[in-house]
Structure formats: structure tokens, C-alpha cells
Design a protein around this ligand. Structure first.
Ligand SMILES: [Zn+2]
Length: 328
């Protein structure tokens, strides 16, 4: 499937059928539907009687195989293919780092990319999320890209392309994805049953699928957390206990956006994300020092990048919330 804001990018790439480079890097923020787009493009390119606009027919043998998930000329390398980091091979303890795509997954492509295709068409490899390739897997993929096989297309999908080796990026054509225009995103969210698209689209930084996810799982915890943050009677321990019950990426995301809002208030009098707490961010920012805010924002960004499974979420919360208490 494809989303309404992806029509132009699809038409352009589908129009290059037969002339595409060997690797495309679909890059852009999370929540724009890049992976769905990549799968739709793959189905369209494998389809044996595409529609005039390049869309898959959903009726031919190839489309039936693709939809059933067993097209012989399509492979998906994802983190589920090899969840174990080679550095910790044999280690069955809970993983400390983020999930990875390991080297065996890439090596497993050797037979796939060297034998002839089943339907005399393309063979397509979707690598998603590409930034999950570990260093060994990236090197193996690089070797494959350095010896291109005619008729093979790699679709790499990434929201953090800077984490990919420059040598891989240089062998891909970058296809940038941007958030759709706000009215278009609002309309889609309303059609998806979201009553307050303005708030959730702001919280998601303009990414519609992320906005939909936030809206559907919103249980009022974010608002409750922000109210508590501003309440001087709430101690550090109480605040930490409150957030430690929630998933780390969730509250870390709220805090990161809150820090961004405070900096934006300080610099430009604007609130970008928590637009329902605009007055509060203005009030807190008025008391805060800009350099303290910038330092706190950086700390949160580092924490989000480095901490996937903290041993003690409450301690992590305490350490990240301390600077904020001095500001309220
Ligand atoms: Zn078809």
C-alpha cells in the first residue's frame, strides 16, 4: 500500500522501470511510511502487468506471490532475520544494544543474487532499517554493491542514514522523504478517525503515521507527566517513579520534545511539539537559562541514542530530570 503523500515519488521511480540504479536509499524521518512505500514500489516493479501509472495490478502471478509474502525474487533483510549481535554470539542474555541486521543475513543473499530470476524480471532486496546493519553486515553488503549484478535492485530504508557507512551511501541514489503539507496530513488523520490532528501532528513533528500512533495510544499520560513536571510539590522521586512505569522511548521522547519547546520559547517565543502546553512552556522558559536548556537538550539526545534498555529506568529518569527541577 501507499500513502496519499507518496504519489509523486512513486510515479517518478515507477517511471524509471528498467532504468533504475542498483540501489536506492529511501531516507527521511520516521512515521512517513517509507517501508510501506518501498514494498509498494517493489511489488510494482515485480508486477507483470502494471497499470498505466506504474501501480501493481494486484492480479498477476507476481502480485499474488508478493501479497502472500512468497515472491521468489524478493527478499527482506530486517532485524528479525538475525537478532543476535555477532560480538555476543551464543550469549542468550537480554540484549544490551539495539537490534541489528547481522552478517549472516547479508551472506545469505549470495545464492539469491547470483542465480537467474524466476520470472525473468528484477530481483529486489529490501534492507530495513538499513541503519541496523552491523559493521560486518555493512561490509558484506558493500562487497555486493561493488560487484553489481544486472537485474538486482537494493532498496535501503533508513531514518538515520548518517549511521550508514559513507561507502554504502555513495553507492546508493538517495530518495529523500519529507513530511507532507500540513493540510494534507490533517485530512488523512481525520479520515483515520483522529479527532485532534493538530496536536498529534505537532507532537510527531509533522509525520502522519507517527501522529496516528501517538493519538491511538494516548492515554493522557503525557499531559499528566507535563502537569507534574510543572508542579513544584512533585519531588524528583515522585516524578521518576511516575515515568519509570512507562516505556523508556516514550517518556524520553516527551522530554526531548519538551526541551526543544523550551529552547524554541527562549529563542523565538514558539512551541513546536507540545502545543497544548504552550503557556506552560513559555512560563518555564522564562525562568530558565538558555545555556542550561541547550545542555539539557543535548544530554537527552545522547541518552536517546545510547540507552535502549537501561538497567534501572528510575535512576535514568532521575538523572535526566534533575536539571529541569532547577528551572521550575
Ligand atoms: Zn501484478
Amino acid at each position: 500500500m501507499m500513502y496519499p503523500w507518496q504519489g509523486q515519488a512513486f510515479r517518478q521511480l515507477a517511471g524509471e522501470r528498467g532504468r533504475l540504479p542498483q540501489a536506492l536509499l529511501l531516507q527521511g524521518p520516521q512515521g512517513l511510511g517509507k517501508t510501506e512505500f518501498a514494498r509498494h514500489l517493489a511489488q510494482a516493479l515485480l508486477c507483470e502487468s502494471p497499470l498505466p501509472d506504474g501501480s501493481p495490478c494486484n492480479a498477476c502471478v507476481a502480485c499474488n506471490w508478493f501479497v502472500a509474502g512468497n515472491h521468489p525474487d524478493f527478499r527482506h533483510l530486517g532485524v528479525e532475520d538475525e537478532a543476535v549481535d555477532e560480538d555476543g554470539a551464543g550469549d542468550t542474555s537480554p540484549r544490551k544494544g539495539s537490534p541489528q541486521i547481522g552478517v549472516d543475513a547479508v551472506r545469505g543473499l549470495a545464492g539469491f543474487t547470483t542465480t537467474s530470476t524466476h520470472r525473468d524480471g528484477l530481483r529486489i532486496v529490501l534492507v530495513e532499517p538499513a541503519e541496523a546493519l552491523n559493521v560486518h553486515a555493512a561490509n558484506a553488503l558493500l562487497k555486493t554493491l561493488e560487484e553489481p549484478r544486472p537485474g538486482t535492485l537494493f532498496l535501503l530504508v533508513s531514518h538515520a542514514p548518517a549511521r550508514l557507512p559513507a561507502t554504502i551511501r555513495s553507492r546508493c541514489r538517495a530518495v529523500p522523504f519529507h513530511p507532507p503539507r500540513t493540510p494534507e496530513a490533517h485530512e488523512w488523520l481525520v479520515q483515520s478517525g483522529i479527532a485532534n490532528p493538530v496536536l498529534f501532528l505537532a507532537l510527531a513533528g509533522g509525520a502522519p503515521l507517527e501522529a496516528l500512533r501517538l493519538a491511538r495510544q494516548d492515554s493522557g499520560q503525557r499531559a499528566e507527566f507535563l502537569r507534574r513536571l510543572a508542579d513544584p510539590s512533585q519531588s524528583l522521586v515522585q516524578l521518576s517513579e511516575f515515568v519509570a512505569r512507562l516505556p523508556v522511548p516514550e517518556w524520553l521522547g516527551w522530554l526531548e520534545r519538551w526541551a526543544h519547546d523550551l529552547v524554541a520559547q527562549k529563542l523565538a517565543g514558539e512551541t513546536r511539539y507540545h502545543v497544548d502546553f504552550r503557556d506552560l512552556s513559555a512560563r518555564v522558559a522564562a525562568h530558565a537559562d538558555l545555556y542550561d536548556l541547550l545542555a539539557w537538550e543535548r544530554t537527552l539526545r545522547d541518552a536517546k541514542r545510547l540507552v535502549h534498555h537501561p538497567l534501572n529506568p528510575r535512576l535514568l529518569a532521575e538523572s535526566l530530570l534533575v536539571p529541569l527541577l532547577a528551572m521550575r
